[in-house]
Ligand binder design. Structure first.
Ligand code: NDP
Length: 269
């Protein structure tokens, strides 16, 4: 079934990982998709694999001028934007220091994570609302937050803070659009432990890789990493008209990690 037939969508950070999986699922469901990223060669290669229903554009989510240019181009070429997925995000561990606890993370690294993860989502929502208003279409904005936006993460303070802010801003955008009488919904997805290139600096490629992978999923009830396609399936649902009454909601895709608590009492034998 083509659940997104006739829709035009834009996905940020779509060169690889979850963004690429979402763009692929959208095309498979009949949408025309703009894949955007800062990694142009990878973004272009991913887009070429998707055929004529996909187009690649450079978009650094931190730069408002990029958002303006991309939205203008979308309106010129398609006349409408139905779906925006604010997916681009960084952990802060890509190249910088691995020290991101609240006592030691530098102000510079704190800001760098927030600029991509929070400013990028703010700018995306702002420009999508304006574009969707102009194109007078129904719209769906999907913000990729994280499990880390719902619980504290001592070793990744900036990441957790930025993702928590994304969760809250999603609800503000949902309420604002409703107040304005705009038929634009806004929801957040909260993945955890989805095996993508984002994990590479954390897992490494040494002999301890397998052990580290096991450690990371030992608190996951399903005892495995998730697949990017499992996040994409939920994004398709939120982008489609089947989700017409889902607004300001948060959906966890975490194998059940957030369903319980490590501090839960255990019955003695
Ligand atoms: P990846 O690192 O695999 O992919 C992210 C993509 O975003 C990369 O192509 C990256 O380009 C691009 N990107 C980085 N900065 C910018 C920017 N300023 N503007 C545009 N594009 C940018 O990440 P994932 O696919 O794993 O994650 C996607 C989203 O899902 C993120 O928001 C992440 O926080 C969230 N998430 C992921 C989880 C997981 O377990 N994988 C769990 C919870 C949330 P480049 O490679 O050049 O930096």
């Amino acid at each position: 079934m083509m659940r997104l037939e006739g829709k035009t969508a834009l996905v940020t950070g779509a060169a690889r990982g979850i963004g690429a999986a979402i763009a692929t699922a959208f095309v498979e469901n009949g949408a025309f998709v703009y894949l955007t990223d800062i990694d142009d060669p990878t973004g272009q290669a991913t887009t070429e694999n998707l055929g004529g229903q996909a187009r690649y554009l450079h978009l650094d989510v931190r730069r408002e001028s990029d958002w303006g240019a991309v939205m203008t181009q979308v309106l010129e070429e398609r006349g409408v934007l139905h779906v925006l997925v604010n997916n681009a995000g960084i952990t802060g561990f890509e190249e910088g220091s691995h020290v991101h606890d609240p006592e030691h993370v530098s102000l510079e690294e704190w800001h760098a994570v927030h600029r991509t993860n929070l400013d990028g989502v703010f700018l995306g929502c702002k420009h999508a609302i304006r574009t969707m208003r102009q194109s007078a279409s129904t719209g769906s904005i999907i913000n990729i937050s994280s499990r880390s936006g719902l619980v504290g993460i001592p070793g990744a303070a900036a990441y957790a803070s930025s993702k928590a802010a994304v969760r809250n801003h999603t609800k503000t955008v949902a309420l604002y659009c409703a107040e304005q009488g705009l038929p634009v919904r806004c929801n957040s997805i909260h993945p955890a432990a989805i095996l993508t290139p984002m994990w590479e600096p954390i897992l490494g490629d040494g002999p301890e890789r397998e052990e580290r992978m096991r450690e990371f999923v030992q608190d996951c009830p399903l005892r495995r990493f998730g697949h990017p396609e499992e996040v994409a399936a939920v994004a398709v649902m939120l982008a489609s008209d089947e989700a017409a009454y889902i607004n300001g909601a948060e959906l966890n895709i975490d194998g059940g990690i957030l369903a319980g608590a490590v501090a839960a009492p255990v019955r003695s034998q």
